[in-house]
Design a protein around this ligand. Structure first.
Ligand code: SF4
Length: 335
């Protein structure tokens, strides 16, 4: 393929066809697109290693599959170091499962990573079916990740990630094999949304209609964006009685409806308009902004020193706050 990058996974894509230059419309550089392709190819290699043998699936494997897929969603991870760490983690997990593969002098290739060029240059039907599967599980992985942080997992959902990744790597599969898996992505995704809803409502209560102020009050404040409710909960607890107000932004707006979050009086309201206006709106506030999930646009220098990322989100030069699971606060798991 002659172009520097190829990515057509989101509605922002150039000319409604694909981002193919030095960087995508979202700001993703060609080198980062290549690393995200490598990461996807490695996850497919991991799925090949599992090859339907569910007893080989470990907690570490599930974690890196969720995080690895989540990191390749649009507007999440633009950072070479963070992606390198994920690439190493996939290798470590695979090495634990098939250590002898790494010493074999006559490798059979059965567990090899997948070269994503094969997907992007496949015929349009196969490329489209496989892309539907891949983009579907990327989004699903974000939901599964948020649920897992709260201690909610479902083996059926986790096992499906391997099945879907395996399918994307199958060179000789056609419509008959791929279409049922496309439909299964939809069915499993509904289960995953149900799991996240259960995790959120059992942890934070059933959401209730809530009036949300759009006014920023006097005094210090922090803006939090994305849709990881556990990150918001931690921020609210850490700023309790400190005279610092918290404002949601973008996709964090629904958080105001959850009883266990809205009970904090310093959760004051929502700042800003649509997420794509952030580069203009964040420049004008004297406050830090925390990004918890997908919605990060390359920050302008006027406010970049006030932007923090956490979980799967990362951008070169921005301060990154490591992850702490709800169930294991003593063992931070740095992305
Ligand atoms: S994720 Fe970025 S690079 Fe990919 S299609 Fe969307 S705008 Fe283009």
């Amino acid at each position: 393929m002659e172009q520097k990058m190829f990515c057509f996974q989101c509605e922002q894509t150039a000319g409604c066809k694909g981002c193919t230059g030095n960087s995508g419309v979202c700001g993703k550089q060609a080198g980062i697109a290549e690393m995200q392709d490598q990461l996807t190819g490695k996850l497919i290699g991991l799925a090949r290693t599992i090859d339907g043998n569910e007893h080989l699936i470990s907690h570490a494997a599930n974690q890196v599959v969720r995080e690895g897929l989540f990191a390749t969603i649009t507007n999440v991870n633009f950072d070479k170091e963070a992606l390198s760490a994920l690439l190493r983690r996939v290798d470590e997990v695979k090495r634990q499962i098939v250590p002898l593969c790494y010493e074999c002098t006559s490798a059979c290739g059965k567990n090899d990573d997948y070269d994503m060029e094969h997907l992007w240059t496949a015929g349009e039907d196969i490329r489209s079916l496989k892309s539907l599967i891949l983009f579907g599980i990327r989004g699903m992985a974000a939901y599964a990740y948020h649920a897992a942080v709260l201690g909610y997992t479902d083996p059926e959902i986790d096992h499906f990630f391997y099945k879907a990744l395996f399918a994307v790597g199958m060179e000789d599969w056609g419509m008959d094999e791929l279409l049922p898996i496309v439909l299964e992505v939809g069915a499993v995704n509904l289960k995953c949304m149900e799991l996240l809803d259960k995790a959120n409502t059992e942890t934070y209560g059933n959401p209730v209609p809530t009036e949300v102020s759009l006014t920023v009050e006097k005094g210090p404040f922090i803006v939090i964006s994305g849709h990881d409710l556990f990150d918001l909960k931690q921020l609210l607890e850490q700023t309790k009685d400190k005279g610092i107000n918290i404002y949601t932004h973008g996709e964090m707006l629904p958080a105001h409806g959850y009883p266990e979050l809205k009970k904090h009086p310093h959760l004051k309201g929502n700042f800003g308009t649509a997420w794509q206006n952030q580069q203009k709106e964040f420049a004008s506030i004297p406050a830090p902004v925390l990004f918890t999930t997908n919605c990060l646009m390359p920050p302008k220098t006027s406010y970049a020193d006030r932007v923090f990322t956490t979980e799967a989100v990362a951008y070169p030069g921005l301060a990154h706050i490591g992850r702490v699971d709800k169930l294991s606060p003593a063992t931070p798991n740095m992305v």
